[in-house]
Design a protein around this ligand. Sequence first.
Ligand code: DC
Length: 233
Amino acid sequence: MTDPVATAVPVLTIDGPSGSGKGTISRLVASRLGWHYLDSGALYRAVGIAAGWADLDLSDASALVRCAFDTEVSFVDEAGEEPHVLVNGVDATTDLRTETAGAAASAIAAIPEVRSALRDRQRAFRQPPGLVADGRDMGTIIFPDAAHKVFLTASAEERAERRYKQLKEKGVSVTLDGLLREILARDARDASRAVAPLRPAPDAVCIDTTGLPIDTVVERVLALLPAPGAPPV
Ligand code: DC
């Protein structure tokens, strides 16, 4: 049964492919609004990492589903910084951002039962005063009743360059070509899977962030919400 209190809590969904700027934009928007933030990709990555720790076969769906139910994930906020992510109590923040974790997440995310196993956990983030939810299916499957939905895109080349800069800053050694190939492969897998494929909700506002500074995108997203003090939509 739907919880009437939870559904009264406003949600802004921000979906899009990897490197579209979802994470950065969502965090900034959540902080400007004073709302909670859900990084749903981190949940899939955490299960991928936990599966790796347990040496699970990425084709063993039932073991992966158990792993999705059993893996404890907690987000530790530190003022002004990216939240730390604890997976089964271990700080996995750095491991979580690697391309290996992204590829494992994308593979397990194609299993329908893994997606169902994580569904209620994601919905539980809907707490007052509001939630900004970032992912691939936030506006289509997890929060279809969200009043505000955004779909961010950017050219694959620009997304690869953004990832390249981010990883370089973290001292991770990668090539731009390799990243572009991985991004294209991940896009294709996320968009072509049978369940919850990556696509904008029919009522989402699409923003192409190619060439746009972060602040501009944040302002465009905030402009979609009613001004503070206006009656709720
Ligand atoms: O957003 P991200 O790059 O951290 O996500 C990693 C992978 O997890 C992505 O390739 C697909 C999957 N994912 C998903 O299927 N659904 C979500 N809501 C979030 C992520």
